[in-house]
Design a binder for this molecule. Structure first.
Ligand code: GDD
Ligand code: MG
Length: 373
């Protein structure tokens, strides 16, 4: 069995307002806290002991995930006195709970079905000090770009590369935030300081035992922005990533709780939670998640969208390509689309038009017709 450290100390600023009141690891993805997907995936690869490295609000993470006994895992939570950065956080965990000779480290925001077992096997075979899981992407600018030779040795690491650093590279492999590490890596991290593993540790290990393991054909997504959160949701609904939700969706790619009152139309893939009401003439789907207790009014259209617990969509509304937070009310005829993210407990009055990636913070009240953008 194996031990893993999961970094969950970032503030999740790019996912606000979803993360305004909740830390990123426990925001709802389809029907469960995001971190549950990571834990189920890791358990499937023999990880049974997880230490969460928390920067702030560890209480909410612990409340949502507990001690792990229900999943057959041991979950522990360590809180840094001040944010230590990705390497400083690892060092601080080791000071509290000495890590095994070989352990896993993970960024806490990846939705994936990468074969970690294969990565561990390669790590053992090559005798590397650290093995970075790698995935291929079209645009590496938001990630850590990794250059490798034919023997898996890392020959270069560029965090958030600028366009001029990409010249001459024909395939972009990036760090997936999935690492297999030997304790020796900890010796490179000074204690009690803010240290970045990407900017200060990986570059020092280039040519010194840092390896890359390419995960071909696996699914991988950093859910840390609204666009990627939505895409991750759609990929779960379509079965592009292997998760337990897929079992509930079944061959018809549709899960509708037993007590749902559906008078309108539901088009798969769709996931409709307990206690929802879908009025006559309403259209829900495809690619829709309705949380528990959501009401969709007559003639409303909800498509490619996530509507979280207890939200209300009024008559004739159009809610597409967007995220609607818990307990939010969208009133009659309002339009929410184009990547808009509406936080929790918001009131969107009649006739508003919210689009172009607008973010509405929790508790806001928009009077009727206030915004048409
Ligand atoms: N405990 C702790 N303390 N955790 C932290 C801290 C800290 O000071 N800073 C960041 N984290 C956690 C975040 O919560 C997240 O889970 C992880 O470290 C990575 O931080 P992000 O802010 O999500 O980084 P990123 O997405 O821009 O880039 C990272 O991930 C990419 C893959 O998604 C880098 O590791 C890239 O190299 C990588 O390609
Ligand atoms: Mg990230």
């Amino acid at each position: 069995m194996a031990q893993a450290v999961i970094l969950v100390g970032g503030e999740g600023t790019r996912l606000r307002p979803l993360t305004s009141r909740q830390p990123k690891p426990v925001i709802t993805l389809v029907d469960r806290p995001f971190m549950t997907y990571m834990l189920q995936w890791l358990r499937g690869h023999g990880v049974d002991d997880v230490i969460f490295s928390c920067g702030f609000e560890p209480v909410k993470v612990e409340e949502a995930l507990g001690d792990g006994s229900s999943m057959g895992m041991r979950l522990r939570y360590v809180r840094e006195p001040t944010p230590r950065g990705t390497a400083g956080a690892l060092k601080y965990v080791d000071e509290q709970i000495p890590l095994d000779a070989r352990f896993l480290m993970l960024n806490g925001d990846v939705l994936t079905d990468v074969d970690v077992g294969a990565q561990i096997a390669q790590h053992e075979r090559t005798g590397a000090v650290g093995t970075l899981g790698l995935v291929a992407v079209e645009d590496p600018s938001a990630y850590g770009l990794v250059l490798c030779d034919a023997d898996h040795a890392v020959t270069g690491f560029l965090e958030k590369p600028a366009p001029n650093q990409l010249v001459g590279i024909d395939r972009y492999l990036i760090s997936a935030g999935i690492y297999v590490l030997q304790r020796a890596v900890l010796d490179l991290i000074p204690a009690g300081q803010n240290v970045s593993i990407e900017r200060e540790v990986w570059p020092r290990l280039v040519g010194q035992g840092l390896a890359g393991a390419v995960a071909d054909g696996a699914y991988w997504m950093d859910i840390g922005t609204p666009e990627r959160y939505l895409q991750g949701t759609f990929d779960i609904l379509e079965g592009n990533v292997r998760t337990e939700v897929l079992d509930a969706l079944g061959a018809g790619f549709m899960a509708v709780a037993g007590d749902v009152q559906a008078h309108g139309r539901i088009v798969p893939p769709a996931h409709v939670g307990a206690g929802c009401t879908i009025a006559e003439g309403a259209h829900v789907g495809s690619l829709v998640v309705l949380g528990a207790g959501v009401t969709v009014g007559p003639g409303a259209r909800v498509e490619r969208a996530v509507v979280l617990d207890g939200a209300t969509i009024g008559a004739g509304c159009e809610v597409t390509d967007c995220i609607v937070g818990p307990r939010t009310r969208i009133e009659k005829g309002a339009i929410v689309r184009g990547g808009a993210v509406i936080g929790e407990d918001v009131l969107v009055g009649e006739g508003n038009v919210l689009t172009a990636g607008i973010k509405v913070f929790p508790g806001t009240e928009l009077p009727p017709g206030a915004i048409k953008f």
